[in-house]
Ligand binder design. Structure first.
Ligand code: MG
Length: 203
């Protein structure tokens, strides 16, 4: 499996990091070794001094495909949850300044924390999904899928022009504003509506 991530998919977050609003999805990947399952501790990596959380909606791919048209895209994912795209922001800033790839900042071990999936049902309004992140019990990020620049279906269609999608792949769909630092001892808890899907401690 692979983990495909979208960057700058919420205008307010693009702005907070000083980035332009993209005219096509910003895409990067994390390897399988980046996956951190729910209820597993996260160990603060030794190579960074500025670890950030980015709470995101995550889709689970359920069908293999390539060159998927947007109008068929909803057949290719069947589960949704919240996840945390852990980012070594200091390393990412260095990479960006040098024009280098981001992998060291974004794709390290356990950098893709994923909550418990819920099945997508036909009645679900995917354009109005609330999600949020609490740090030590305090609300730090709040988003709604309606605020995405690129919808789930347009993301699937776009990325499938470059990468075949396979059953079990995960797609991180971008973070809203409010990203910030976490340190050893912090507890992070992510919610879909008001249901807790992911809870972890930074160790
Ligand atoms: Mg992200």
């Amino acid at each position: 499996m692979k983990i495909i991530c979208i960057g700058r998919n919420y205008a307010d977050h693009a702005k907070e990091l000083g980035n332009d609003i993209p005219d096509e999805p910003v895409v990067f990947m994390k390897p399988k070794s980046a996956l951190l399952q729910a209820h597993t501790p996260f160990y603060y990596p030794e190579f960074t001094n500025e670890l950030h959380y980015e709470c995101e909606l995550v889709l689970r791919v359920c069908k293999n495909g390539k060159y998927i048209q947007e109008r068929h895209a909803s057949n290719y994912y069947n589960g949704i949850t919240v996840g945390i795209d852990f980012t070594a922001r200091d390393i990412q800033d260095e990479c960006k300044a040098k024009g280098l790839p981001w992998e060291k900042a974004k794709a390290f071990d356990n950098s893709a924390a994923v909550g418990k999936f819920i099945d997508i049902t036909p009645g679900m309004n995917l354009k109005n999904i609330n999600f949020s992140l609490q740090k030590n019990g305090e609300l730090v990020q709040k988003g709604n899928s309606g605020g995405m620049i690129f919808s789930f279906d347009s993301i699937i269609s776009h990325i499938s022009n470059y990468f075949s999608l396979n059953i079990g792949d995960l797609i991180f769909t971008g973070t809203p504003a409010g990203v910030g630092e976490c340190v050893v001892g912090d507890e992070l808890e992510a919610f879909l509506d008001d249901k807790s899907q992911l809870k972890m401690e930074i160790k």
